[in-house]
Design a protein around this ligand. Structure first.
Ligand code: CA
Length: 416
């Protein structure tokens, strides 16, 4: 099925084939299982279970930094699960969020009252905190500080609605910008990146905001169904009386206008993303940071001007996701991907859209930044179009996959 969806994109078919043959290890190096304690192995299992896209990219990191980032992720996942638990009343939840960082040093602390999907990280928090306490003190101090600031921020936002665009920025800072800032401090502490990565907190914040805004935009319907709202009123208030109206068919044009406004807003972070990524020196850290960012631009391109955001799930094709993961290993490649996805957005701009001129403006800015002196052909597609149509190349590749499976089966049978 994944192959069929990528029929018009031969490079995706090829990468899907490689992915099926090599598995996930073809994309990122394997975690070394030697010298890993049982509790740390449990932590990595929780990482696989709870993170959507983070687990694979964390494995791209090196040694000590990889474990620190894994624990950082799980601690924040536990805090976020607490924040998401709708069964806990606000006056009980607020102090829980604010004191959460203190539990990192309480070996027996856990929390069993959550009904959330990821509640296991709270119920078995003692395993996570045990591994946390084994980390070097530089990593522990960074994780504790970010956890404290995020808990305070979440408690503050419990009672306040996302009214203004500033509220939106502030909320995204607490739940994602702080992650970018914390990761940057971990990179610098490991010695794998320079101090400037840690010092420029504005850029690190922007990296997180780009991802968070993208998720909030994409998850409109899911959040509505769960009774949560993360779109800022200052934006949707121009198009509707309530945010829930966007699920009504007759409100679709207004809903799409609001969607396009928010996508345009999120795209303003791309120049910061380029600056941040261009400062990274370690190739593993680069891949770790770049993959979520290119996934985000592809998600924005899939959402832009797409009414499906309000009536279903918008996902990027698996073939595209695998291709992006394989490609995003240099600044040149990231800029090419960003340019390709931005051009897709540019092609979908309708002149009558209220944000059209703003969108054109940010598109131009991004495209200007992706241009460099080197000849580098922008489109991978053009490489294919020189020899044959994308469709026929895809068909040939699918034939290759089918033959490969057939031969493999035949081989098994003969071996028997
Ligand atoms: Ca949350």
């Amino acid at each position: 099925m994944d192959f069929l969806k990528s029929l018009g994109h031969p490079e995706e078919v090829l990468n899907l084939l490689l992915f099926k043959v090599r598995g996930c290890n073809g994309l990122v190096p394997k975690t070394d299982k030697n010298n890993t304690s049982n509790t740390l192995r449990t932590c990595y299992r929780y990482l696989d279970q709870t993170s959507r896209s983070f687990a694979a990219v964390i494995r791209a990191l090196d040694g000590e930094l990889r474990d620190a980032v894994c624990i950082f992720y799980l601690v924040l996942r536990a805090l976020d699960t607490l924040e998401d638990s709708s069964s806990i009343q606000h006056h009980i939840k607020a102090p829980l969020l604010q004191s959460f960082h203190t539990h990192l040093y309480q070996p027996l602390w856990n929390y069993t009252e959550s009904c959330e999907k990821d509640r296991q990280v709270l119920e078995d928090f003692s395993t996570i905190s045990l591994e946390f306490r084994k980390l070097s003190s530089v990593y522990r101090d960074i994780i504790t500080d970010i956890c404290w600031r995020m808990g305070e921020g979440m408690a503050e936002m419990l009672e306040s609605k996302l009214t203004t665009m500033d509220d939106w920025e502030r909320y995204c800072h607490y739940v994602a910008g702080l992650v970018g800032i914390g990761l940057s401090r971990l990179f610098a502490a490991s010695g794998q990146e320079e101090e400037v990565i840690r010092e420029d907190t504005e850029l690190a914040n922007s990296m997180g905001l780009f991802l968070q805004k993208t998720n909030i935009i994409r998850d409109y319907l899911e959040d509505q169904q769960e009774g949560r709202e993360f779109w800022p009123k200052e934006a949707w208030g121009k198009y509707a009386k309530t945010l829930a109206e966007f699920t009504h068919r007759e409100c679709m044009p207004a809903a799409v206008s609001c969607l396009n406004e928010l996508v345009t807003n999120a795209m303003q972070h791309i120049p910061d993303v380029f600056t941040y990524l261009s400062r990274l020196r370690n190739p593993d850290v680069f891949t770790f940071c770049a993959i979520p960012q290119v996934m985000a631009i592809a998600t924005l391109a899939a959402c832009y001007n797409n009414p499906q955001v309000f009536c279903g799930v918008v996902k990027i094709r698996k073939g595209l996701a695998v291709t992006l993961m394989m490609e995003a290993n240099s600044m040149r490649a990231v800029k090419d991907i960003m340019a390709r996805q931005t051009l897709e957005i540019a092609e979908a701009i309708k002149p009558e859209d209220p944000s059209a001129s703003e969108t054109h403006h940010v598109v131009k800015k991004v495209l200007r930044l992706t241009r460099t002196e080197d000849h580098g052909g922008l489109m991978v597609k053009t490489r294919w179009s020189l020899c044959a149509s994308p469709f026929s190349v895809s068909c040939a590749l699918i034939m290759a996959v089918v033959s490969w499976h057939y031969l493999a089966t035949l081989q098994d049978m003969l071996a028997w």
